[in-house]
Structures are given as structure tokens and as C-alpha cells.
Design a binder for this molecule. Structure first.
Ligand code: CLR
Length: 264
């Protein structure tokens, strides 16, 4: 009891625990998450909009389809890892993320980074012709044929389409991505309590902007998408395991180290 008086708790050292719901904090939190999303999003939506006419030609599609399984996997793993790297950068700037232990940061990224890449895919997706911006042009699901994981590709394209239907703003995408990353349900977390405090502040931030945008009903839909994301990621892991068994050399020596570190 006496010690409490000697070492008074200093809320300034831990702004989210004492006033987690103060609006000034929430505005600042949202602003920095949105800024970090913009800085790491690889391409602005308007730029992508302007590139919609750039479609792969029949010959270019042929080139992708005639690649061997391991060649195409390696190619996609490199593209994917590139996108993951930007998500890691995004995570680092979510207020509170850097205060987590290295172990917990990695645990969150292991499952979360791929999920955020898939959320981001909706920004690179054209629902009019079901194409995604890949290697500098828009391409349909058929170009991933030689990966031999049609179920995963179909599910990923369906998910991107569904995300587009929600017509989220960039700010909503930013906060939703942060909430997907900072998740107390991930396995192997050391300090769940600390993750929970960050999670609560991000969740409050998302509710705050949905309220401001008069779209509170989106919250429920976003939670539904989170469980779809979880199943997509386990499908990705299953396919990766299948591939690594069949092509151990490619998986071992030709996949980017970060891809192996996070997913293998
Ligand atoms: C996502 C948003 C990023 C840019 C980007 C880069 C690579 C793209 C990715 C986006 C979407 C998903 C994608 C990926 C390359 C391969 C992958 C198209 C647009 C597909 C789904 C194939 C995955 C195959 C694995 C099993 C290896 O800012």
C-alpha cells in the first residue's frame, strides 16, 4: 500500500491505458494510422484508377500460363514478399506496435501481414472485369493457373471483389488494416494484455471514424470479413506446405527470406 504513494502512476508514459477513449487521442491515433497507410500503400487509388485500361495481352497471359509450377510460385512469392514488406513498415508506425516485444511483433505479423496484403489487394482490383494489378498491368485469375492452387486464387479474387463492394474510404481501409494486425487471438503472444490495450485503442479509432462517416453498420461486416481472411490465410499456408513438399529446393533456396521467415 505504501509503495503506491512513493511511485505514482504516470499516465503520460502510457497514454492509452488511462484515457483510451479521449477524442483527442483517438483523432491523433487515426491520423497517424492513416498517414502510415498512405506512405506504405505503394500506389494511390487515383493512380490505379488511371491505369485501368492497361490490360495484359493474350500473348502476355500465355507467357504466365506456360511458366512451370515452381517458376510461377517463385515469381508470386517475390511479389507477395514485396507487398508484405510495405505492410511491415505500416505496422511499425501503428502507435503502440513498437512498444510490443520483438516476439509479439513477429507473432502478429506472421498471421496478420498476409491478411493486410489481401485487404490491400482490393485497392488494386477492378470489379468490372475481375482483374488485379500485377506486374504493371491488370490481369485476371487465369494468369495464376500454373500455381496449381485454383481454390486459393478463386477465394482470394472473391474476397477482393467483396471488399470492393463495401466501398471503403482510404481511412477506413487504414484503420481496418491496423485492427487486423493488432489481434489478441493470434497464437504465441507473450504479453496479451499489452496487445489488448493497443487493440482497444485501434478498435475505438475505427468505430470513431465509422461514426463520423455515418456508417456504423460497416463494423459488423468488417468483423465478418476478418473471419474470411483467417480462412484465406490458412488456405495459403496449406498450399505453401503442399508446394514445399513437392519443390523443396525452390522453397528452400529461391524463396525470399522474409517469405520463409513469416510463412514457412
Ligand atoms: C496486394 C496489394 C499490394 C500490391 C500487391 C502485390 C502483389 C500481389 C498482391 C497486391 C495481391 C495478391 C497477389 C500478389 C502477387 C500474387 C498474389 C496478386 C496486389 C496472388 C493472389 C497469388 C498468390 C500465390 C501464393 C500462393 C504464392 O500493395
Amino acid at each position: 500500500h505504501d509503495l503506491e504513494g512513493v511511485h505514482p502512476y504516470n499516465p503520460l508514459e502510457d497514454p492509452y491505458s488511462l484515457y483510451p477513449h479521449s477524442l483527442r487521442n483517438t483523432d491523433e491515433l487515426c491520423a497517424s494510422i492513416v498517414r502510415s497507410h498512405k506512405e506504405t500503400s505503394q500506389c494511390r487509388v487515383e493512380e490505379l484508377q488511371a491505369l485501368r485500361w492497361k490490360l495484359l495481352s493474350r500473348e502476355e497471359i500465355q507467357v504466365y500460363q506456360s511458366k512451370s509450377v515452381d517458376e510461377m510460385w517463385q515469381h508470386c512469392a517475390i511479389r507477395l514478399t514485396d507487398a508484405v514488406q510495405y505492410v511491415v513498415e505500416f505496422a511499425k508506425h501503428i502507435p503502440g506496435f513498437r512498444l510490443l516485444s520483438q516476439n509479439d511483433q513477429i507473432a502478429l505479423l506472421k498471421t496478420g501481414s498476409m491478411e493486410v496484403v489481401l485487404i490491400r489487394m482490393s485497392r488494386f482490383f477492378n470489379t468490372e472485369n475481375n482483374t488485379v494489378f500485377f506486374d504493371g498491368k491488370f490481369a485476371g485469375a487465369e494468369i495464376f493457373k500454373s500455381l496449381a492452387c485454383g481454390d486459393l486464387i478463386t477465394a482470394v479474387f472473391d474476397f477482393a471483389h467483396g471488399m470492393c463492394d463495401l466501398k471503403l474510404t482510404e481511412q477506413q481501409i487504414a484503420l481496418f488494416s491496423a485492427l487486423v494486425l493488432i489481434n489478441t487471438n493470434r497464437p504465441c503472444l507473450e504479453d496479451r494484455g499489452r496487445v489488448q490495450r493497443v487493440q482497444r485503442s485501434v478498435e475505438f479509432g475505427l468505430r470513431h471514424i465509422l461514426h463520423r462517416d455515418n456508417q456504423e453498420s460497416l463494423m459488423h461486416k468488417l468483423y465478418q470479413r476478418m473471419s474470411v481472411l483467417r480462412s484465406l490465410c490458412s488456405l495459403h499456408m496449406q498450399n505453401l506446405q503442399w508446394f514445399s513438399q513437392r519443390y523443396p529446393l525452390t522453397a528452400h533456396s529461391l524463396f525470399p527470406p522474409l517469405y520463409k521467415e513469416l510463412f514457412a
